[in-house]
Structures are given as C-alpha cells and as structure tokens.
Write a protein that binds this ligand. Structure first.
Ligand SMILES: Nc1ncnc2c1ncn2[C@@H]1O[C@H](COP(=O)(O)OP(=O)(O)OP(=O)(O)O)[C@@H](O)[C@H]1O
Ligand SMILES: [Mg+2]
Length: 422
C-alpha cells in the first residue's frame, strides 16, 4: 500500500527547513521521519532575489531531510511568508436563499464570495486566504457557524491575506525548479500557529509571533479564529548587521557573537562582562585594523543595548498592530514566541514588558513526539505545515466551518478543497 508522506517546506531569509512526516492509519498525528535545516541563500526579507541560489538551498534542505527519512520526495507543502504579504478585511452581505429562511452551506459560500468581490482587484496581488472571522444573521453578530440557523440577511466579516503575485510565482518557480510539485501553500504564521498554539489559547486570545531572520510575522487569534495578522520587515539579520556596524566587525563574526553572547537585557551585565574578538577568529586572522585581535573585546552590555535598540523598532510596530486590532494589552493568553530570534536570551521578558502581555516561548503540542524541544521554536512553521497538510488530507469533514481557511487560488487541489466546504 502506498505510504502517505507529507513534506513541509519553509523557505526563510536565514534558513530553509524541511520536515518529512508520515500519516499512519489509526494514528491521530503524523510521525516525523526526517528534518533538514540548511542556510538560506538568495532570499531577502522573505522575498526571492536569486532564483538559482534558492533552488540550490531547497534541494539541500530536502535532501538532508530525505537522507534521514529514507523516503523519496515528489511534492511539498509550502509556507509562504515575507514582507510582500499584506492583510486587510472585507465584508459581504447576501439575502438567505431558502423560503423558510434556513441558512444553507450555499448561502455561506455566497456570502464569502460577496466579501471576496469587495477585495480591490490588483493583478499584482494574489489572494492567499479569505478567513471568515464573524458571521451576522439579521442583527445577531458573533456567530461562528451560521449553517442551519434561520434569518433573512447573512453577513460575514473576513480577514484577507494577500501576497505579491510575482513574488509568489518566483517562490513556486524555485520549488518546481528544484524538482518538486507544490501541493498547497499557506501563510507561514498560520502554519506555525498549528504547531504551538492550543485550542484554548486561540479561544482566549493570543498572538503567535515568529521572529525570524529578515521578518517578524504574527497572527492574533480570538474566539478560535484569526483576528489579525501581518509581517514586519525586522528580524535577527538586522540585529546582526547592527552588531557588525556597532563593533566594526564582519557580519559573520557579528552573527556568532550575537548567537553566543547576545541578550535583550543590558542591565544584566556589568562593565567587566566582555566578549573577546579572538574567540571568533581563526588563528591566522587575528590581526584587525592594525591591532591584534587579542587586544579587542566588546562590552556585553553594549551588545545587549544594540540588540534591544533594534527590537524597540519591532515592538513599536507590534504595539500599533495590536492597537489596530483593538487588542493592545488585551490578550489573556499573551504572546507565544517562535522563530530563530526567539532563542535570544531575554526576548520573552522584554516582549512582556513592551507589549504588556504574558509571554512564553512556543512549545510543541503533544503530537510531535520525538522532536527536540530546543529546535521547536525554529521548526515551528515547517512542523505546523505538516499538521496543516495532515488536517487537509485526512480530516476535512471533521473540521468546523470556521476552522476552514479558504484558499482562493487556481491550484486544482484547492478546487477540490473548496468542493468540500459545507
Ligand atoms: N541562539 C540564537 N540566538 C539568537 N539568535 C539566533 C539564535 N539562533 C538563530 N538565531 C537567529 O535567528 C534568525 C533565523 O531565524 P529563522 O530561521 O526563524 O529565520 P527565517 O525563517 O530563515 O527568516 P524569515 O522568517 O524572517 O524569512 C537569524 O537571524 C539568527 O541569527
Ligand atoms: Mg521564518
């Protein structure tokens, strides 16, 4: 019997991650068979700038995962992120079609189409998701699934996630050029949310914040549905660049210094806490700007100040976004951090202070048996993508309507998926 293999791919600015999993009949969750994490080349702020380099990075990442899993890879489920993704909202209204006023799945489909028709047409944009946030039947709002209810007028409020059509084409071209078909694509924080958020957190109100290399992307859930989302073009790579400038050193060295000694809490260090440059240089390269590297050291306090200054820019934007969503300081389940930059010591504390919300590092939900918890924040998007694929292929009928994030693209798979919508 053919095995049911899921391959998830997350092409980031800093790393390309592949997770290969298998769904086994009778088991609730897919089993992770292999993981590939390689440095990403040819991507900036989540946007492809060099097709050839990206193709090579994808091949390397998939190959690494394939070697440990031992299964061939033909197609992948792709996480789509980057600063070209934009989020807005749209409303739709229809008259309930049945004479007895009972709302049918067809009415729901029509009202979502009505909301879609209000999205400004732009040939340079591709609609990734149209997510119903709230239905209203006559004057009753706050309805999550209106099918079977009675009324005259059905309204929907939706969250619209769009991306740049040319940028999406480029990324699809890279995956296909690397030799893999694309099953489907999903906005990356929606995928990551599947790996680390609990149903209860999503009901209470929570922000998933993925701080990567070139971007920070987020999605805010409340009452189980995504309320708001976005991408901020600030990530760990910018912090590294600031360290390189501040300490007048090469970016590769700055990256190592940041990862080994970086922190978001300057007050934790005294003047005596320093980092020796010589620790990061090969022996034959210890001459720098006329001085020997032996004599050069950097104060850790200053390093943490550089890190914090860049993060301030991020918090300012996030604060505005939460305000826009009307949830500033008002998410009972707080912020859940993922992404490589979430490994920076003190990020949770400083996020808590700046956003005035409880903050935790993302922990994988029970179904990822065998995945090292330490890598969880970094692999969250790819792991969540596996879960997404599992859910789409195995349990479409079991999901409630509002769980279903409708994709509006030309992919034949999505036509099939759309036909499953109640
Ligand atoms: N231990 C660590 N401490 C601090 N930063 C770290 C650590 N490990 C990785 N990072 C940073 O995490 C970033 C990469 O994270 P990640 O792999 O999530 O990004 P990405 O998905 O490739 O990028 P993006 O999502 O922005 O396109 C890099 O900037 C790297 O410096
Ligand atoms: Mg990422």
């Amino acid at each position: 019997m053919a095995r049911n293999i899921i391959v998830a791919l997350d092409i980031g600015t800093s790393t390309v991650e592949t997770v290969i999993a298998e769904t086994i009949r009778g088991e609730d969750a897919p089993r992770i068979l292999g993981v590939g994490v390689v440095p990403s080349q040819g991507v900036r702020k989540g946007v492809v700038i060099d097709l050839g380099e990206v193709m090579i990075s994808i091949r390397r990442s998939v190959e690494e995962a394939r070697k440990s899993s031992g299964v061939p890879v033909r197609s992948v489920w792709l996480a789509v992120g980057g600063s070209h993704v934009s989020v807005s909202s749209s409303r739709g209204v229809v008259a309930v079609s049945r004479a007895d006023g009972e709302i049918s799945p067809e009415d729901v489909r029509r009202v979502i189409s009505a909301a879609e028709s209000f999205v400004a047409k732009n040939p340079n944009k591709e609609l990734l998701h149209i997510i119903p946030r709230d239905f209203r039947v006559d004057n009753e709002s706050g309805i999550k699934d209106p099918v079977g209810m009675h009324g005259v007028r059905l309204e929907v409020d939706t969250l619209i996630v769009e991306c740049s059509a040319p940028f999406l084409k480029n990324i699809l071209k890279c995956v296909e050029g690397a030799g893999f078909a694309v099953e489907d694509y999903v906005f990356s924080p929606l995928a990551a949310a599947r790996a680390v958020l609990t149903k209860r957190q999503k009901e209470l109100g929570v922000m998933l914040l993925d701080v990567g290399g070139g971007t920070a992307s987020f999605v805010v859930y409340e009452e189980g549905v995504p309320l708001h989302a976005g991408v901020v073009p600030i990530g760990g790579g910018h912090i590294t660049n600031d360290v390189a400038i501040g300490f007048r050193t090469h970016v590769d060295i700055a990256e190592e210094i940041k990862k080994m000694y970086g922190s978001c809490l300057p007050d934790e260090f005294s003047k005596r806490d320093t980092v020796r440059l010589a620790e990061f240089l090969p022996e034959d390269q210890n001459a720098l700007q006329g001085k020997t590297a032996e004599g050069i050291s950097y104060p850790r306090r200053e390093l943490a100040e550089i890190v914090s200054a860049r993060l301030q820019d991020l918090f300012e934007v996030l604060h505005k976004e939460l305000k826009k969503a009307g949830r500033s300081g008002l998410l009972p389940a707080g912020v859940i951090l993922v992404g490589g930059t979430s490994l920076l010591p003190g990020l949770a504390e400083v996020t808590k202070r700046e956003l005035k919300l409880p903050v935790e590092l993302g922990r994988l939900q029970d179904f990822y048996e065998g995945v090292d918890e330490k890598t969880a924040p970094v692999l969250a998007t790819a792991l969540g993508m596996v879960q997404w694929a599992h859910w789409k292929t195995c349990e479409p009928e079991g999901a409630t309507f509002t769980d279903k994030v409708r994709h509006v693209n030309k992919h034949p798979f999505m036509k099939w998926l759309r036909s499953l919508l109640p």
